[in-house]
Design a protein around this ligand. Structure first.
Ligand SMILES: CCCCC/C=C\CCCC/C=C/C(=O)SCCNC(=O)CCNC(=O)[C@H](O)C(C)(C)COP(=O)(O)OP(=O)(O)OC[C@H]1O[C@@H](n2cnc3c(N)ncnc32)[C@H](O)[C@@H]1OP(=O)(O)O
Length: 188
């Protein structure tokens, strides 16, 4: 299968990332109302958000099993979370990391593009664009704490952050590999 033939990487979390997910931070739940209504999405459940008001730093843990594939629903949740943080004047910075073992994000959810309607794919690609534009243009200081493999759309997500820190493990891969799947990113 194409998925299995693509990148296969593995490794463990570093102390840094364990620190990032420390439970001492107060938890904030993102409300998915606005975009969810526009896109008919369900409630945010693939993101755990820790926001430490004393530092103004939020940590977004992606927990969309098994590999944080960026589906329409998950992209929507990410956008809503960033929007909500931007509206909070006490929030200055955002760290994005993964709760899934060995993988930061497997990139775009390939099932969103397989035997789906043209209309659905249009909505999906608009959500992709919205995600990276939102991160790239965010007024928050954004950091991708890359604690696992991060191919294609995962790499895109990391690239649109202001800073990237990647766990030092040779089994982790990152890069724009989507052309290996015969995929050319559309014009924005
Ligand atoms: C700032 C400038 C902007 C300019 C724009 C420039 C470029 C934009 C590029 C945007 C285009 C992006 C396209 C994509 O992202 S296409 C997706 C590409 N992704 C991949 O090729 C990754 C494929 N997956 C893997 O390599 C591996 O799964 C792994 C992530 C390394 C994890 O490996 P491992 O831990 O061994 O897990 P498995 O391979 O066993 O996978 C577990 C289950 O997850 C399913 N899976 C994996 N990846 C995806 C995916 N992308 N979408 C949907 N599902 C995925 C896999 O099938 C397994 O499912 P199963 O257990 O049911 O079999």
């Amino acid at each position: 299968m194409a998925l299995r033939a693509a990148l296969r990487k593995s490794c463990a979390l570093t102390g840094l990332f364990c620190q990032l997910s420390s439970s001492r931070h107060g938890r904030v739940c993102a409300s998915p109302v606005l975009v969810a209504q526009q896109r008919n999405s369900s409630t945010a459940q693939n993101i755990k958000l820790d926001f430490d008001q004393s530092t103004g730093v939020a940590v977004m843990h992606m927990q969309c099993p098994p590999v944080n594939a960026l589906s329409l629903e998950f992209l929507t949740e990410i956008c809503i979370t960033v929007e909500k943080l931007e509206m909070d004047k006490s929030c200055r910075g955002l760290i994005i990391t993964s709760s899934q073992p060995k993988v930061f994000s497997a990139g775009l959810d390939l099932l969103e593009m397989y035997e789906t309607s043209t209309e659905h794919r249009g909505e999906f690609w608009r959500a992709v664009q919205e995600m990276w534009l939102k991160l790239y243009s965010s007024k928050l200081v954004t950091i991708a704490a890359i604690n696992g493999s991060s191919p294609a759309g995962g790499c895109l997500m990391a690239m649109t952050c202001d800073y990237r820190i990647m766990a030092d493990n040779p089994r982790y891969g990152i890069g724009l590999n989507e052309t290996q799947l015969g995929m050319v990113a559309p014009f924005w």
